[in-house]
Design a binder for this molecule. Structure first.
Ligand code: AMP
Ligand code: MG
Length: 354
């Protein structure tokens, strides 16, 4: 199969392309598209054959559920058994936007889309291309991130092409995404809402609308010995090819420790990549040194992280050291989401030096 690559960003919505993309989805095909979080790999959420094709294209285990993307808040009614008041409130405040809600599914949604679960994940993205595409394609698009299972999610179309070329009918290139980390996932099927995956919408933001919100305890710790609530949480994710280690501590200590390890690894013939920040990259010695951005600007770090991991892959980096980022809730920031992805990419290999 040849993958047709088309250009369409938020300033150049193209009706002809949308109609073609809609036809592909309606006939059971797959279209990758930009959202404000990461690129999605879309199929018809109501067609079990489409969901099966998504799992195959990604090489993803079929018990790892997909998120259903909609383009109107009220469309969640059709795919959810009963929409609780909390869901309407969150939709009002955060949709369109990077928030996914877990709700009890209706019969309209096949089990292949939900990985066999009785619940469904729903999100209404904010990206104009995503919204127009979902509408043109019938309104219900099942879409995981458009990467090969286990790899970092794509923040640029070229990484979708790398992973999905020949496996999907169309790729809509909308340029670089805005946020760079996947949506926040909140489970509304329990008495107290629970964050299953941290993201741009933080716990504090959700609590302003809902009152008490819990955070799944597996989010910042190794999940191997506990049964995670979201099936996807048990899989290794976002991983670069090189072996990634996170070093936490004071800036001075971290720089020294990373340089010490980098030197040793390079002597042993490894190609070493280092993830620092604007304030520290000039202090490192390695084969490929990259800044994730400014610590004061967590959004810059979120946007850069997956791209950097992919660039290390392209450069053949075999050992990676990264500074740790602030995962406390202070600044109401997305630091927790950044550390959640970085820890998963590192297989939870973090060392604290104090
Ligand atoms: P992705 O779109 O690749 O970021 O993956 C979607 C993720 O959403 C899955 O890996 C799950 O962690 C989560 N998810 C989707 N549906 C459900 C559900 N019904 N219950 C819990 N988590 C879900
Ligand atoms: Mg993913």
């Amino acid at each position: 199969m040849e993958t047709k690559i088309v250009l369409m960003d938020e300033q150049s919505i193209n009706e002809k392309i949308l109609a073609d993309a809609g036809d592909i989805i309606r006939s059971g095909g797959l279209v990758a598209f930009p959202t404000e979080t990461v690129y999605g790999l879309g199929g018809d959420a109501l067609n079990e054959k489409s969901s099966e094709r998504i799992y195959r294209a990604k090489g993803r285990p079929s018990d790892n559920p997909l998120i259903v993307h909609i383009c109107r808040r009220e469309d969640m009614k059709a795919i959810v058994k009963e929409v609780p008041e909390t869901a309407w409130k969150l939709a009002e405040v955060f949709w369109p936007g990077p928030l996914t809600m877990i709700l009890h599914k209706s019969e309209k949604i096949p089990y292949t889309t939900t990985g066999g679960l009785d619940t469904v994940a729903v999100r209404m993205p904010r990206h104009k291309v995503a919204l127009a595409f979902i509408e043109a394609a019938g309104g219900y698009i099942a879409a995981p991130s458009a990467n090969t299972s286990g790899k970092p999610s794509p923040t640029l179309a070229k990484y979708v092409e790398e992973d999905m070329s020949g496996r999907i009918e169309m790729l809509i290139d909308g340029g670089e995404v805005g946020i760079g980390l996947e949506s926040t996932i909140v489970d509304l099927t329990e008495e107290i809402p629970m964050i299953l995956r941290p993201g741009y919408i933080t716990k504090a933001m959700l609590e302003e609308v809902l009152g008490e919100v819990k955070v799944d305890r597996t989010i910042l710790s190794d999940t191997t010995d506990k049964a995670p609530k979201a099936p996807g949480m048990k899989y290794r994710h976002y991983a670069p090819k090189g072996n990634l280690t996170i070093i936490a501590g004071t800036q001075e200590d971290v720089v020294k420790e990373i340089n010490r390890r980098a030197e040793r690894m390079r002597e042993g013939g490894e190609k070493v990549g280092i993830i620092g920040t604007d304030a520290t990259i000039s202090l490192y010695i390695g084969d490929s040194i990259k800044s994730a951005g400014k610590r004061e600007d967590e959004e810059s770090i979120a946007r850069a992280l997956y791209r950097i991991l992919r660039e290390f892959d392209d450069e053949g980096v075999t050992a990676i050291y990264s500074e740790a980022f602030d995962d406390t809730a202070k600044s109401g920031g997305i630091g927790q989401a950044i550390m959640n992805r970085l820890l998963k990419a590192a297989g939870h290999h973090i060392e604290h030096i104090w």
